[in-house]
Design a protein around this ligand. Structure first.
Ligand SMILES: CC(=O)SCCNC(=O)CCNC(=O)[C@H](O)C(C)(C)COP(=O)(O)OP(=O)(O)OC[C@H]1O[C@@H](n2cnc3c(N)ncnc32)[C@H](O)[C@@H]1OP(=O)(O)O
Ligand SMILES: O=C([O-])CC(=O)C(=O)O
Length: 420
């Protein structure tokens, strides 16, 4: 067997792949399992690709920066779902579909309003996505590609509405309003004042595109794992939203802003980082399972989006508090690069995005729902793709380290009777 493994490894020509599989074999032999499934391929997919050493992310072969620079949300959604960028009329149709299908049923709107205001928006959202199933009584019929695509489009369309209703506590918050694009509608759901300003809509749209897909991350894995049981798109996406809420995943964006506020000013950054590291804790917005260099989305946000917001001569209205948070983040980035880049720890997508969302007037506890509006493109594409593959239910194994056989001690009946 060992010889067979050695032969298989020596047959691999690509040196990176060879190193990767050798590492997997080593981990399995050393530990007996794969902690965090690190590096373990669980599916084949043509949707996105990452080169973590070089800091490259592509959607269907296109670099994410080019898509963010030149494309609309509709272009990228079409690309992820269908495999190619749309022709003009295909894009127009998708844009219309997103806007036409945005309304949610009155009962669902009522249910959203009835949820406690203290409920975190991510859990409000996952609970509401499950309710969308009520309008799709064929949801367990998942083998029709066109029907699945249509389901995905309807779901993408309705997410911002749920968020808008939850924020405003008003089912009619966008009634009779016309929108030019999905991104504009989404921004309206968070901030009605900025949604008429093309500059802010463009910034918001770029943020959504940067978040659209990211290979087999924790939430996309959830979509695939739940979907592999042939559960509905609603069940799969609800589980992905729950996964994304975690502080080690998308929930980090909300916490980065809190962290910057807690630090208070650039001169306190070093002592903050020192004390977090001394306690063995993680710095939010830093580190990544796959990137061993600067995350390209974080770089794009830092170099292409934030300067538009914070430029000295910019026409955008930014308050002093936000300007100070930006300076603290800039200092933090410098210190992190100094202290942690040796360990290949760099800012990830969540490090800078909160500053953009704050500038967009979005409340921090809603930050991760913005991430959802981007990532829903990828989740839906993965769900649709998964329904097309020769599926095997996800069912990994475990290393059992519990008790050996134990048995219930049953006392003989006479003894029980005599003690009564
Ligand atoms: C959208 C996204 O999901 S992007 C990620 C968002 N999450 C965050 O920003 C939270 C902070 N970061 C983290 O918790 C991690 O870096 C993760 C979850 C992103 C990746 O985790 P893993 O790949 O499992 O890395 P792991 O936790 O094993 O860390 C490897 C080493 O780097 C250190 N490390 C990793 N992230 C950080 C961090 N943010 N701050 C300080 N040290 C860190 C670990 O302590 C560990 O050090 P050690 O080898 O000396 O023990
Ligand atoms: O890929 C990951 O592990 C986390 C993620 O979703 C992202 O960075 O966008």
């Amino acid at each position: 067997m060992i010889k067979k493994i050695r032969d298989c490894l020596s047959d691999i020509k690509d040196p990176d792949l060879k190193e990767h599989y050798s590492q997997l074999v080593f981990t399995l032999l050393e530990k007996g399992y794969f902690p965090g499934l690190a590096g373990v391929p669980v599916a084949k997919s043509g949707i996105s690709h990452i080169d973590g050493e070089k800091g490259i992310l592509t959607y269907r072969g296109y670099p994410v920066q080019e898509l963010a620079e030149h494309c609309s949300y509709e272009d990228v959604a079409f690309l992820l779902l269908n495999g190619d960028l749309p022709l003009r009329n295909e894009k127009n149709i998708l844009q219309k579909q997103f806007l036409v299908h945005r309304d949610v049923d009155r009962d669902i709107a009522k249910a959203v309003i009835a949820m406690p205001e203290e409920l975190h928006p991510m859990y409000m959202l996952s609970a509401s996505v499950l309710q969308l199933q009520a309008n799709d009584n064929l949801c367990f019929t998942v083998d029709n590609y066109n029907q699945n695509l249509f389901r995905a489009i309807r779901l993408v369309a309705k997410l911002p509405t749920i968020i808008g209703i939850s924020r405003t506590r008003d089912a009619e918050f966008a009634a009779d309003k016309e929108f030019d694009s999905y991104a504009q509608y989404c921004l309206y759901c968070f901030n009605q004042d900025l949604a008429d300003d093309e500059e802010w809509v463009d910034i918001f749209e770029k943020l959504l595109i940067l978040h659209a897909d990211h290979t087999m991350n924790n939430s996309t894995f959830s979509v695939r794992a739940v979907g592999s049981s042939k559960a509905s798109i609603y069940a799969s996406v609800a589980s992905a939203i729950n996964s994304l809420s975690g502080p080690l995943h998308g929930g980090a964006n909300e916490r980065v802003l809190k962290m910057l506020q807690e630090i208070g000013s650039p001169d306190k950054v070093e002592s903050y980082i020192g004390s977090v590291l001394a306690k063995g804790e993680k710095i939010m917005g830093i580190g990544h399972r796959v990137y061993k260099t600067y995350d390209p989305r974080a770089l794009f946000t830092k170099n292409k989006i934030l300067p538009r917001i914070f430029a000295e001569d910019n026409p955008l209205d930014i308050d002093d508090e936000l300007g100070d948070l930006y300076k603290t983040a800039q200092k933090m980035e410098r210190v992190v690069l100094d202290v942690l880049s040796g360990k290949k720890l760099y800012p990830n997508v969540d490090f800078w995005s909160g500053l953009v969302m704050k500038a967009l007037g979005i409340e921090p506890h809603y930050f991760t729902t913005v991430f959802v509006l981007g990532r829903i493109m990828g989740w839906s594409a993965h769900w649709v793709e998964h329904m097309e593959v020769k599926n095997r239910i996800f069912r990994p194994n475990q290393l059992y380290d519990g008790f050996n056989d134990r048995h219930i001690l049953v006392e003989p009946e006479e003894e029980i009777a005599s003690t009564d």
